[in-house]
Design a protein. Structure first.
Length: 606
């Protein structure tokens, strides 16, 4: 028996000596029922500090930089109040121990930011990440920082039947002129490359075929450089092609729109960014893309602020293209003031600042009032329009795109005939060439000439090019160019003197996600929301309230958001953000709440 024990001990010793491939990926723990992730790398080391703990060699502690020789009971109570009001990671049990900056800290004697930490028995100090459950299914993969400027998949999970998301304490960050987004939590649509993570484009085969990105795209990097805290990649309809929940979403499950009864279509393609920012108080902004409505429609349906910028305002390198002629990147958020700050970081010097008090004198109203408007909705929109025109001291003029086109082009076919399938032709041709062809070729090489699965909506979009001739493509390109030239010279010039306002959709007819479809819904040849892509001008979604509807899911009266769209001339993005900021100051526009209602919030229904 003694010999057996001796042999076992030797084997164990050998394993401990040579098992150097084991790498810690951090730990998870709970403190008062709240789940935390503790990274494997310490933030610093406290000299001479020893701690006894029941939390697997870790104890909660709070770092305080108070800059005073004494710290009394009143100071402690004030600190607890301040930290609790600012931060969702902090809780009172972190005050079991306190560490002031009077103690020497390694490495390099750098100052450790205020906030909650975990300390080991040997004095190593670790940041605290709170873990949340992605109950709305908005994320494809969640992340934590790894090497410099790179990220790794979060190696943690918690109850909730969904991915876990790790967020660091807001107290670790201080916003400055150089870091205006310090501590702002960011989700990114899963068509943007982030170094260290894979990009899926909403397609399982794509995700498993290609390696992790070795570079973060410029649009994402602009936000990170401004201090934003990246927490994960968010769902997109496949290849950013429009899909209707739930039937069109095959490879991935559509995110859940939190508004109303919780079973409304979140729209697409930036469905994850919209549903996530509408649902979670711990997520501040999301980066999405808009080609033909992919930010704006989800923003409208989920009741958040979202913008399609002037075309070309930020680089889309390291982003999956749908159609470079139309592709743009924009911000989705609940907070209109943060919206502007994030946009300034995203677009940099391309976002020009308008002269003081430069307001449009004319507001063009298209399809107003909406034909399917209810009395409640009509009153809501009329009140907003009155407040807007009063603030701008502007006049309103009905605008009919087809009539204006006919007046300017008396020898041309009517507008619907002329523009026809221009958008579909260009987007299909671009993505087929830039995405489908290299993807199918790479997949065939890797899988013995097999073809990857693609959702029906993307296949229908790509099929447009099957019989497309070179002259037909050139004709579509010319029509797009002609429309842009006419619209930006005759309707909305770049002097920002005119604003076009429209309401894309009203919640008078709910769009339930359990509706069975007869097939893929083909996009309309042209709608008002196509003006900005075709003309290259900015289009901003601004929530203005909500209206009731009778839910067939809950059997009760629920509420859904109402939004208006502001369209302005090319390069007038800065002016639009300034206008929204002014309207916030007047109380005409307000930040929206997360949850069931844009006005009052409320628990999301399951």
């Amino acid at each position: 028996m003694k010999q057996s024990v001796s042999i076992l001990s030797a084997a164990l010793c050998s394993a401990l000596t040579y098992g150097q491939s084991i790498v810690s990926t951090g730990r998870t723990l709970t403190l008062n029922g709240i789940h935390y992730y503790v990274p494997s790398t310490a933030t610093g080391k406290v000299a001479g500090c020893r701690y006894n703990s029941s939390l697997d060699d870790l104890a909660p502690i709070t770092v305080v930089n108070h800059g005073r020789p004494s710290f009394g009971t009143n100071d402690l109570e004030q600190l607890q109040t301040n930290f609790t009001s600012i931060d969702d990671v902090f809780q009172t049990d972190f005050l079991r121990g306190m560490l002031t900056q009077l103690n020497p800290i390694r490495p390099n004697d750098t100052t450790i930011p205020n906030g909650p930490y975990f300390i080991s028995s040997t004095g190593s100090l670790y940041q605290a990440y709170r873990l949340y459950s992605d109950t709305q299914g908005a994320f494809t993969e969640t992340a934590i920082p790894s090497a410099q400027r790179s990220y790794a998949v979060l190696p943690a999970n918690i109850p909730g039947q969904s991915l876990a998301v790790a967020v660091p304490s807001r107290l670790y960050f201080t916003r400055t002129a150089e870091k205006p987004l310090a501590g702002v939590r960011l989700g990114v649509k899963d068509i943007f490359d982030v170094q260290g993570l894979k990009t899926s484009n909403g397609n399982r085969a794509w995700y498993h075929l290609y390696p992790e990105a070795n570079k973060t795209g410029p649009a994402v990097q602009n936000l990170l450089d401004a201090g934003a805290v990246f927490v994960g990649k968010m769902k997109t309809s496949q290849f950013a092609v429009g899909e209707t929940a739930t039937a069109d979403w095959v490879d991935m499950h559509s995110p859940f729109n939190p508004r109303g009864d919780g079973y409304q279509d979140p729209s697409s393609s930036s469905a994850g960014p919209a549903a996530g920012t509408a649902s979670y108080p711990w997520l501040d902004i999301a980066l999405g893309s808009d080609t033909g409505g992919s930010i704006r429609s989800p923003s409208q349906k989920n009741g958040v602020f979202g913008n399609r910028p002037t075309h070309g305002l930020v680089s889309l390198d390291n982003v999956m293209p749908l159609s470079p002629e139309f592709d743009t990147a924009g911000i989705l958020t609940r907070d209109p003031l943060l919206w502007k700050t994030a946009a300034q970081a995203l677009y940099g010097t391309n976002l020009t600042t308008p002269p003081p008090n430069s307001h449009p004198t004319k507001i063009l109203l298209t399809d107003y009032p909406p034909t399917n408007s209810t009395p409640e909705t009509t009153t809501l929109l009329a009140t907003f329009l009155h407040n807007l025109t009063t603030h701008l001291n502007a006049t309103t003029t009905p605008f009919n795109l087809s009539a204006s086109w006919a007046e300017s082009h008396p020898t041309h076919p009517n507008f619907a005939t002329y523009i026809s399938t221009t958008y579909d032709t260009l987007t299909s041709a671009s993505q087929s060439r830039l995405v489908r062809e290299p993807f199918f070729a790479a997949y065939a090489t890797a899988h013995a000439n097999r073809t990857p699965f693609v959702d029906p909506a993307a296949l229908v979009r790509w099929s447009v090019t099957q019989n497309l001739t070179a002259p037909a493509l050139q004709s579509a390109q010319a029509k797009k160019s002609n429309f842009e030239s006419w619209f930006t010279s005759s309707i909305l010039r770049n002097d920002c003197s005119t604003l076009l306002l429209y309401i894309h959709s009203l919640p008078t007819k709910p769009t339930y996600r359990d509706t069975y479809l007869s097939g893929v819904t083909a996009p309309a040849a042209f709608s008002t929301s196509r003006i900005s892509p075709m003309a290259g001008v900015p289009d901003f979604v601004v929530p203005v309230g909500e209206v009731e509807y009778a839910s067939r899911v809950t059997g009760g009266r629920e509420v859904l958001p109402v939004s208006v769209d502001f369209v302005a001339g090319s390069g007038c993005d800065g002016w639009l953000f300034g206008l929204v900021e002014e309207l916030v100051g007047k109380g005409v526009v307000k930040a929206v709440r997360e949850g069931r209602s844009v006005v009052s919030g409320g628990e999301v229904l399951f």
